[in-house]
Ligand binder design. Sequence first.
Ligand code: ADP
Length: 135
Amino acid sequence: MYKHILVPIAGDHNPHTGEALEIARALRDKGGKITALTVLEAIPPYVAQHIPAGIDEKNREAALASLNAELGGVKDAKAEVVHGHSARTILEYAAEMDVDCIIIASHRPGMQDYFLGSTAAKVVRHAPCAVHVVR
Ligand code: ADP
């Protein structure tokens, strides 16, 4: 059904991750790919000048290790960690990488009072492709 499915996964553990990946597997075409993406908030320049060089890359590597751990040995999804601003970067990534479906949790754990979290809401509103929201 879809050739490239994007599953955004926030850095904090989300109980919906397994379900989102299951849905991704069910919806992708034979030979289609799945990318799990974590966006690390970019460190503002006025802070960056006070922290040691290379810290960004160390953070990225740590986040990639934890995303791979969260994928739990899933062989058919690629883990990606990029710096940016969560919703905007998810949307840019989707447009640049020819993503045709995004599968996103409706909110982070503990925020069940909201129908849609702020990132999920922006992705639903502005995505260039289909979006499947996991509740
Ligand atoms: P809330 O506003 O309740 O924290 P969000 O809309 O931010 O909820 O989060 C909903 C979902 O959006 C998360 O479970 C995750 O799938 C995705 N998401 C949020 N932030 C990020 C991020 N920095 N990187 C990747 N995915 C994210």
